[in-house]
Design a protein. Structure first.
Lengths: 336, 336
DNA sequence: TTGAAAGCGCTAACAA
DNA sequence: TTGTTAGCGCTTTCAA
C-alpha cells in the first residue's frame, strides 16, 4: 500500500506538505503541487479513507437507512430511484454515503443509531420507515441531524421530503370528474397511514368543489394490498361506480383485475386512477393513469437538505417533491 | 464520543485489556469481561469502525459494485434482491458491505479499483457489469479477489455466480413443445450477449431433441427491448407461429402487446414464455410463464463465495444459482 | 491475565 | 511556503 510517507520519501517533502498538496490547500506552491501529483501518479497513491476519517473531524459521510424493501417487489424501482438520487447528490458534494439495508429477517442487525455511530456519520436519511419504529425513536433522541422521506417531520435537526398527497389526490379526482365520471369510488390505503389520510382528504375536497355528492359507502380500505383491493373493487362495482381512485398503483392493478373479471370495460364502464407511478403502470393493459412520484428527486432533495444543513447550518425544512399527473388509457374521458 | 479510554478510566483497567474484553478474546478473565461490559452499557460505548479498520489488518469489508441501474426501471426488483442477498450474507459473517452505485451520469465517479482501494476492502462483488467495461479490466489486473454476477469468469481470485441459461431455455422450450406447440419462434436478446447465445442454444437443443424442425426465420433479435420485441412478434405472427419463447420477460411483454393488437389470443392461438421472473410477470394479463431467477440467492451465493475465499482460501468457482420454471397462463397447453 | 508502548495513515495546530 | 509534533481510536506486539 502506497502511503503519504512513500510520497514524502519519493519527493523529499514532509508528509504534511504532501497531504496539503494532495488536498489542494492554497498554502502550497504550484511547484510542490506538481511534484507531488507526479509522484502520486507514479506510485499509484490512493488515500486511505479510514485514516482520513479518523484524523479529521470533517470527513463527511451520511447514512442512508432503507427499511421495508422486499426481495422481489414491484415497488422496488422507487427505492432504486431514491438511492440513486441520494448517491448522486452526495457524490457531487464529496460526501460518502453508507447504505444500511435494514431487515429484521437479517441476522445481527443493529439499531439505526448504533450503525450511525460506528461509522461516525454526521447525518442520516431515512426511507421506508414507519412512524412507530422503535429504532426511530432512539435516533431522534440522539439529535443526529436527519431527513425522513415520506413522513412530514420537522424539528431543529430533523427535516423531511414529502409529496403533497392531498393536492395530487385532488387533481386525480378532478381529472376523473372532468372525464364525466359521476360516481367515483375510493380504494384507500390503511386508515391509520398518514398518506391515506391525506389522499382521502384530497379526494373529498375535489368532490366537494365540483358538487359531487359524497357517499361514504364508496370509500373502501384496501390496506395497500392488491388482493384486498380486488375485493373492494368488486363491492364498488356492485355499487355501480363509474370510476375508482386508488390510493396506490398496486391497488389499482387489483381493481383492474376485478373489473375485468366482472366483464366490465376500462375505461368505458369504469375509469381507474392510481397513485405512485411505479414502473408497472406502463406495462398493464390498459396503461394506468397515475400520480407519478419522482423517486430520484426525493432522494436528491433529501440528500441536499441534509448536506446544506450540515455544511451551512441551513435550517431544516419540509421539502416538497413534485409529482406528475399522468393520464393514460385507464381514465380516458367518458362520452357524455 | 465514548472511547476505549473512557471505559479504561471508568473501570481502572488498561485500554488494552478493555479492547480485548470487548472483542471477547479468550485471555481475559470472566470478571474483567463482566466489568467491561457493564461499563460499555453504562457509558454507551460504540466502537469506531474507522479506527478499527486503521489499526487492524483484518477488519473485513467488501465492495458491492452495481452498474447499469436506472432511476425507474421494471427490472430493478432483481437488483434489490441481489443487494439484500449480499447484505444478509455479509452481516452473518460480520463483514461490512460498502455499496458503490456506479453511473456515468453521476459526477465525480471514480474507477471501481480506486473505490475499493480507498476503502481498503478485501474483495468485491460486481453486478450489472459488461464484459468490455474498461473499469473492469483495471480491477482484474489488480488481483483483488472478486465475484462477478451473471458472467462466467474463473481465475485464481475471480469467481462468478451464474444461472444455467441453456438448461432453463431448454426447459422452457420443452414445456412449450409438451403443450402441443408445433411452430415455436424465438425472440432473443442481442446476438453478442453471452446470455443470448446460451439461451438460443437451449432453445435449439430442445427443438432438436423433440424432433421439431428448426427454422432460422423464426429466430429474431429483440435486443432486450420491449419495442423491438413488438416488431419481432408481429413478424412471427405473420409466420403463423403458435408459440414464442422470449429471452427476457420485458420482451415477452412486448410480444404479448403485439399479439393482442393483432387480435390473437394468448395462450389459445399463441403461447408465450419469458425469462427472468421480474415482478411484472404476475401483474400482466395473462400472467407470463417464465424462468424465475432467484436474485436474492445470486447475491447471497456471490457473497458467500467471496467470503469463503477470503477467510479460508477456498478456491474460486463458477457457482450456479437455480431458477424456477414457472408456468402460468401465457403458456397453457393447447388442446390437440 | 494484565499493561506499556508503538503504530495504522492521516490531519492539524504551531513554529519557523 | 514548509516542517515538526501530536494525536484521532483502535489493535497488537512484547514484557511482566
Amino acid at each position: 500500500m502506497v502511503t503519504l510517507k512513500d510520497i514524502s520519501k519519493h519527493t523529499g517533502l514532509s508528509v504534511t506538505q504532501v497531504s496539503r498538496a494532495i488536498n489542494n490547500h492554497n498554502d502550497v506552491s504550484e511547484a510542490t503541487k506538481k511534484k507531488v501529483m507526479k509522484a502520486v501518479d507514479e506510485l499509484g497513491y490512493v488515500p486511505n479513507l479510514a485514516a482520513k476519517k479518523l484524523a479529521s473531524k470533517n470527513e463527511k459521510s451520511i447514512a442512508l437507512i432503507v427499511v421495508g424493501f422486499e426481495k422481489q417487489h414491484s415497488t422496488n424501482d422507487m427505492l432504486i430511484g431514491i438511492m440513486s438520487g441520494v448517491f448522486n447528490c452526495t457524490s457531487e458534494n464529496d460526501t460518502e454515503t453508507v447504505l444500511y439495508l435494514y431487515s429484521e429477517k437479517f441476522l445481527k442487525q443493529k439499531s439505526y443509531l448504533q450503525f450511525c455511530r460506528e461509522r461516525g456519520v454526521s447525518g442520516a436519511i431515512l426511507c421506508g420507515i414507519k412512524r412507530d419504529d422503535p429504532n426511530l425513536k432512539e435516533l431522534i433522541k440522539s439529535d443526529l441531524p436527519m431527513v425522513v422521506i415520506d413522513i412530514p417531520y420537522l424539528t431543529e435537526n430533523i427535516g423531511s421530503v414529502v409529496i403533497d398527497n392531498e393536492k395530487y389526490s385532488y387533481l386525480a379526482t378532478k381529472s376523473l370528474i372532468e372525464g364525466n365520471r359521476k360516481k367515483i369510488g375510493l380504494i384507500n390505503g390503511s386508515e391509520s397511514a398518514y398518506v391515506s389520510i391525506e389522499r382521502k382528504a384530497g379526494y373529498l375536497e375535489a368532490l366537494k368543489d365540483f358538487g359531487v355528492e359524497i357517499d361514504e359507502s364508496l370509500i373502501k380500505d384496501g390496506e395497500f394490498s392488491r388482493d384486498k383491493a380486488k375485493e373492494c373493487a368488486r363491492e364498488l362495482v356492485s355499487e355501480n361506480v363509474d370510476a375508482i381512485f386508488c390510493s396506490s398503483d398496486l391497488m389499482a392493478i387489483g381493481a383492474i383485475e376485478s373489473i375485468k373479471e366482472l366483464g366490465k370495460n376500462i375505461p368505458e364502464d369504469i375509469a381507474i386512477f392510481g397513485f405512485d407511478g411505479i414502473a408497472l403502470v406502463d406495462y398493464i393493459t390498459p396503461n394506468i393513469s397515475t400520480i407519478r412520484q419522482n423517486s430520484y428527486d426525493k432522494g436528491y432533495k433529501a440528500s441536499d437538505l441534509l448536506i446544506q444543513h450540515l455544511k451551512n447550518k441551513t435550517p431544516m425544512r419540509v421539502v416538497k417533491s413534485d409529482c406528475e399527473v399522468c393520464i393514460q388509457q385507464s381514465s380516458e374521458a367518458k362520452k357524455k
